[in-house]
Design a protein around this ligand. Sequence first.
Ligand SMILES: [Zn+2]
Length: 71
Amino acid sequence: MADSADRAGEIIDANLSSALHRSRLPNTVATDPWCEECGEEIPQARRHAAPWATTCTECQGLRESQARHRR
Ligand SMILES: [Zn+2]
């Protein structure tokens, strides 16, 4: 089971890096700096690493684990 979870993680990583390549604008922080799930401010480090992120790290993790359960 751990195997398929690892593979899912790899697929997510691949999607993220292709998203990165597609949105290669100098100023990509177009989203609100607040998590759309919990309303907390998304840490600047996360917004720099993932400018397309609309949720904080915690909510993103929750979403990913939910997506994994839903498959
Ligand atoms: Zn959040």
